[in-house]
Design a protein around this ligand. Structure first.
Ligand code: FAD
Length: 413
């Protein structure tokens, strides 16, 4: 970072405006769209390092419109998800984006899971998540004839959508309001000046009075460019999916989820219908060896070195090595993956599972080795960072956009 206002360097500026948003994932696009919705005269550009929008988490997720069950009451996640899912469905209606309110069951297969299932009901109710109720094994059979369990939590308002389509619609709104989306612009450095900032990118120098960063898997590094603290750091967790063979799609009608392990923010491998008719099975959660490590073999030595020298990661790894090793084994063994799914849908067979895509989650980790659960925003003079926007940030994106822009305006926008 350079912030010496007195001896300002001269740059060959490619574009100059009021606001730059770094990151054309669903969060960055939602923020940019909201800024322009409130102040259409803003000269705004969204920058992304890839050659298109939604190339990372936004384009590699389960596509579930979460209803807001899991999150700690009062947290950003809880507030943004319940309001966000309603807004997302309304947005899809208005923009004619296909979505489906297909519902979801969280299934307990053992007595010992019941207290956690009832806790989830209580949480969901506290969050204002509508129409939740516990159903028994018979009612579960009516809703999901091929699923099994002793009880389940039914969430009729959970939905599905393709978030790439939602991101494209946000981008369309931005362009209609004369905002620019500049892909192929990786931000490498940020020079703070008396009247704003100059962003040095792979596509040239971009100048703006104010900056919002929404860098997903690289959010900590983007924030560092402005001199923000290193922590929380991002640790990448890959999630692999299988796809259910077409002639076995009748086994799954809605979203089928396990009772999650309360120690981790991940929801457990689930069975999810996609808006195109496919059924995805997964994702698991294994440590990725690169921030864009979409396959087991993808390594980035810089990313690995950073993890290996980060005390927070080492503390996390020491405390969770057994779970990590189990997840890794399940990742390598289709048989184990299948066994996790058969707990809920026993009829599933090995050859029903076809290898599918993968996604990488940006998981923020604090210095003391704790996984950071809630959304995190931080700010300095003219710059606002979205540092942690894990699931359900796609569901909540419209509301996150509103929260960020509220804060941005309070900062003096
Ligand atoms: C496997 C998986 C399943 C999920 N399932 C769901 C779900 O069902 N429902 C749900 O609501 N959420 C889900 N999520 C979470 C959701 O996808 C993310 O929370 C959301 O997409 C985050 O959006 P984002 O814009 O913050 O990040 P991203 O989509 O990752 O976008 C960040 C962008 O920043 C860009 N960038 C980074 N560094 C730079 C730089 N230096 N210069 C320029 N550009 C840069 C990147 O190229 C990228 O395009 C899931 C996530 C994963 C991985």
């Amino acid at each position: 970072m350079s912030n010496s206002h007195s001896t300002e360097r001269q740059f060959d500026i490619e574009w100059s405006g009021d606001v730059v948003v770094v990151g054309a994932g669903i969060v960055g696009l939602a923020v940019a769209r909201e800024i322009l919705r409130r102040r259409p005269e803003t000269r705004l550009a969204v920058l992304d390092k890839e050659d298109g929008i939604a190339r990372h988490q936004t384009g590699h997720n389960s596509g579930v419109i979460h209803s807001g069950i899991y999150y700690k009451p009062g947290s950003f996640k809880a507030k943004a998800c319940v309001a966000g899912s309603a807004q997302m469905m309304q947005f899809c209606e208005e923009r004619e984006i296909p979505y489906e309110r297909c519902g979801k069951v969280i299934i307990a297969t053992e007595e010992e899971e019941l207290p956690r299932l009832y806790d989830l009901l209580e949480r969901g109710n506290a969050n204002g998540c509508p129409d939740l109720r516990i159903i028994d094994a018979d009612e579960l059979k009516e809703i999901e004839p091929h699923a099994t369990g002793i009880k389940a939590l039914l969430s009729p308002n959970t939905g599905i959508v393709d978030y790439r389509q939602v991101a494209r619609a946000y981008a369309e709104d931005i362009r209609k309001s004369s905002g620019q989306i500049r892909t192929g612009h990786e931000v490498l450095a940020l020079h703070q000046r008396a009247d704003g900032a100059v962003l040095e990118t792979t596509g040239g120098y971009i100048q703006a009075k104010r900056v919002v960063t929404c860098g997903g898997l690289w959010s900590d590094r983007v924030a560092r460019l402005t001199g923000a603290p290193r922590e929380p750091r991002i640790v990448p967790f890959r999630g692999d999916y299988y796809i259910l063979r077409n002639d076995r799609r009748h086994l799954v009608r809605s979203n089928i989820y396990p009772v999650p392990d309360p120690r981790f923010p991940f929801l457990g491998v689930h069975l999810t219908p996609r808006i195109d008719g496919d059924i995805w099975l997964g994702p698991n959660a294994v440590l990725a060896f690169a921030r864009d490590g979409y396959t087991f073999r993808q390594f980035n030595f810089g990313d690995l070195r950073e993890m290996a020298t980060f005390g927070g990661f080492l503390r996390f790894a020491m405390a969770n090595w057994r779970t990590g090793a189990d997840e890794m084994l399940r990742d390598l063994s289709k048989k184990r993956f299948l066994a996790s799914l058969q707990r809920y849908v026993p009829e599933l067979r090995m050859d029903d599972l076809v290898p599918g895509p993968s996604g990488v989650r940006a998981q923020a980790l604090s210095d003391d080795g704790q996984l950071v659960d809630d959304f995190i925003f931080s700010e300095s003079e003219r710059i606002l960072h979205v540092r942690n926007a894990p699931s359900p940030a796609a569901t909540s994106s419209l509301v996150i956009g509103q929260m960020v822009v509220d804060r941005f305006e309070e900062m003096g926008g």
